[in-house]
Write a protein that binds this ligand. Structure first.
Ligand code: ES4
Ligand code: ZN
Length: 327
């Protein structure tokens, strides 16, 4: 029987969480007050976190919430609140996504964003959490905007503050190929690469194929639709590609945990990990809730969860020496 205690004690890595998506209404309310922003509400529980269905509707609420993040201290507080929670549920390693363009496009400087997030990551070491950053490009922004963002990131990448690159936001009409040249360049600069291929998007299989065969990513974020193409799935398993799957995010955005493809991938031996995506917008369900609730509903065993936790370290970008410690 799976217990909360078992899940909480299991050492795990989180590979798919958007730091801006960890913004809880309480903190949003506090930041709004501190920055003199009128949210039009008189308490945190009046902050609207609802979206009915689909990626576009979710993203609208996500980009609205982050308008209260202004200063370096705001980014620090956001990241620190999240990492402090992770320390309590045996999350030893986190690869945090951040969306610089969502901030630079509203006049916040790149350095404000990354300095705040990075300082919290440094301070979290004292809690036993190793936090690294993955910079995401917004795929619904232009190539030119992504190119400028990569240039802004350069000094921080050279300092070792940015481990890898991702691609997120609205997938419709924004295939991986749009950013082919940029990712090829980034690869030569030593970045690790991953990409979102959200569930059930238009051209979803085409996007997964491009990410795997042309961009040559090391992981896919979500990617559950790969089960519709058995050859491609076998290829991904052969290549030991990581699938950072987010059951509760799927439940909130698509009203479906996508258990069927998730279980099929697990059964076939794919490197599936469980992750939280945007817990501040998904009923405060963090990584431990994803492990627990999925396991409970679909009768996973303790061995299954141990496997998933091991997959999270295997598909992480920690050094091989550090990996051995967890396997
Ligand atoms: C995201 Cl669920 C999801 N998909 C694409 N982009 C995102 N950014 C934050 N959450
Ligand atoms: Zn995501």
């Amino acid at each position: 029987k799976i217990t909360r205690k078992f899940v909480d004690g299991l050492p795990k890595a989180e590979l798919h969480v958007h730091i801006e998506g960890t913004l809880e209404p309480d903190l949003e309310f506090k930041l709004a007050k501190r920055n003199g922003i009128d949210l039009g509400v008189s308490s945190p529980d009046q902050i609207n976190r609802s979206y009915k269905y689909g990626l576009a509707a979710f993203l609208k609420s996500y980009y609205a919430g982050m308008q209260t993040l202004i200063t370096e201290q705001d980014f620090y507080d956001l990241t620190w609140a999240y990492l402090k929670k992770m320390a309590k549920s045996s999350v030893k390693h986190v690869e945090l996504f951040f969306d610089p363009q969502a901030h630079t496009s509203r006049g916040i400087s790149f350095s404000t964003v990354i300095n705040g997030i990075h300082q919290a990551a440094v301070d979290a070491r004292a809690l036993g959490v190793d936090a690294q950053l993955i910079m995401c490009f917004l795929r619904d922004f232009s190539k030119e905007s992504a190119r400028k963002t990569l240039i802004q990131a350069k000094p921080y990448h050279e300092k070792g503050w940015i481990l890898g690159l991702g691609l997120d936001s609205d997938e419709h009409h924004n295939p991986p190929l749009k950013f082919m040249m940029l990712f090829a360049k980034a690869k030569t600069e030593g970045y690790h690469l991953t990409m979102h291929c959200d569930p059930d998007q238009v051209d979803t299989l085409k996007h997964i194929k491009q990410a795997l065969e042309i961009i040559e990513v090391e992981r896919i974020d979500h990617g559950v639709n790969i089960v519709a193409d058995p050859d491609l799935m076998d290829f991904a398993i052969q290549k030991q590609l990581g699938f950072t799957i987010c059951p509760i995010s799927n439940l909130y955005i698509y009203h479906d945990m996508k258990a069927k493809p998730t279980l099929e991938l697990l059964k076939k031996g794919a490197l599936v990990s469980f992750n939280s995506d945007d817990p501040g917008y998904m009923g405060s369900n963090y990584i431990d809730d994803n492990y627990y609730k999925f396991a409970e509903k679909y009768h996973l065993s303790r061995e299954d969860l141990v496997k998933i936790a091991k997959n999270s370290f295997l598909s992480s970008w920690i050094s091989n020496t550090a990996k051995k410690f967890y396997l």
